[in-house]
Design a protein around this ligand. Structure first.
Ligand code: OSB
Ligand code: MG
Length: 369
């Protein structure tokens, strides 16, 4: 497969509602799309990075710079790409910058699947025809508002409620939801807002029957998480701390978590995501697919990876309508009774709509090979 051209397209979409986490509130979603062209097809990838370095160290500008000045030239230094697994090898000399790498690799995976006339899920070795999904709920103003939000998403069929917490809006809010709904699958995401000084508070989570607590401690920690996991029954799930298969191996060895949230962008692409999935499967660590408030293109990739067998817990891949007044793909991602039916068309299986891409594009740049 010869890559003829790559196009980077910086875009901005407006979230239907602001999304609040322990690291900030977001209303606009700035990101970029990668289009990879062969002679006959176009593959799409999404750079799930944000405009500010709050979740990780990358930004839209740094990722664009890394893509333009290093990743695309490295890709073009190779005559042909036989398989998308080669892309992460080509990018290996460049440290980190995983979201930039993942965006380009994702476009090549989609292109590869289209060239071979198979779905991206099939190209990845996924077998599920349907995937279960939950929803991630931002920090709400009050317990009442939180309960209303949970009620709405339960009515829409989502299979588990993930509730964002931070010191001051945690145990009481979660407790209010648990009292109202004694049996729902529910978890919390701390986005690194706590430290080991909060162990007594975190122990109280054990009374709430949560399926897990996601990334309560520092974004770069796996030691303190192991100390915490030894003291609480609630399974710890790592998000921010896991950037690679190596990180996953170390965290599992140390007992830092019992579950891993796999985000394709955070780990540098689908090839690495698959490796982490396979390793976790061998070590009885269930995984699920996290989200970065992606457009439909990024979420199409999330759907494809979730078809692998050890994605046994519902992910954060909610419907297009949860985020956007209009998504940029056709059809939009639809969730029925908490289930997404995996498309079987070639590649990502959702077609980006030209007019909508143009409508929300702030900047486009083409790189000919
Ligand atoms: O921690 O999982 C997270 C969104 C942006 C940054 C970090 C996170 C999230 C979410 C939302 O939880 C997931 C989604 O609905 O895409
Ligand atoms: Mg998280």
């Amino acid at each position: 497969m010869k890559i003829e051209k790559i196009v980077l397209r910086r875009m901005q979409l407006e979230l239907k509602e602001p999304f609040q986490t322990s690291f900030g509130t977001q209303k606009e979603r700035e990101f970029f799309i990668v289009e990879a062209y062969s002679e006959n097809h176009v593959g799409y990838g999404e750079c799930v990075v944000n405009s500010r370095p709050l979740y990780n160290e990358e930004t839209v500008k740094t990722a664009w710079h890394i893509a333009e000045d290093f990743l695309i030239p490295a890709l073009y230094s190779k005559e042909e790409i036989e398989h998308p697994d080669e892309v992460s090898e080509i990018f290996k000399p460049f440290r980190r910058n995983n979201m930039a790498k993942s965006a380009i690799e994702g476009a090549i995976w989609d292109l590869y699947a289209k060239e071979n006339n198979i779905s991206l899920a099939e190209a990845l070795g996924g077998t599920k025809k349907q995937i279960d999904v939950g929803i991630s709920i931002g920090i709400q103003e009050s317990s009442g508002k939180l309960i209303d939000t949970v009620e709405k998403y339960l009515a829409e069929g989502y299979k588990r409620m993930k509730i964002k917490i931070k010191p001051g809006t945690d145990i009481e809010m979660l407790g209010a939801v648990r009292s109202k709904y004694p049996d729902i699958a529910m978890m919390a995401d701390g986005n690194s807002a706590y430290t080991l000084d909060d162990v007594e508070l975190l122990k109280e989570l054990d009374h709430l029957n949560l399926t897990m607590i996601e990334q309560p401690l520092a974004h770069d920690d796996i030691i303190d998480h192991a100390t915490l996991q030894a003291q609480i029954k609630t399974p710890v799930c790592l998000d921010e701390s896991i950037h690679s298969l190596e990180d996953a191996k170390k965290a599992i060895k140390l007992g830092s978590c019992k579950i891993i949230n796999i985000k394709i962008g955070r780990v540098g692409g689908l090839t690495e995501a698959k490796k982490i999935h396979d390793y976790c499967a061998e070590h009885n660590i269930p995984v699920w697919c996290g989200g970065m408030l992606e457009s439909g293109i990024g979420r199409a990739h999330n759907i494809a990876i979730t078809t692998l067998s050890n994605f046994t817990l519902p992910g954060d891949t909610a419907a297009s309508s949860r985020y956007w007044a209009e998504d940029i793909i056709n059809p939009e991602v639809v969730v029925t009774d908490g289930v997404i039916t995996v498309p079987d068309q070639p590649g990502i299986g959702y077609e980006p709509v030209e007019e909508l891409l143009d409508k929300y594009t702030l900047e486009v740049k083409e790189y000919e090979n």
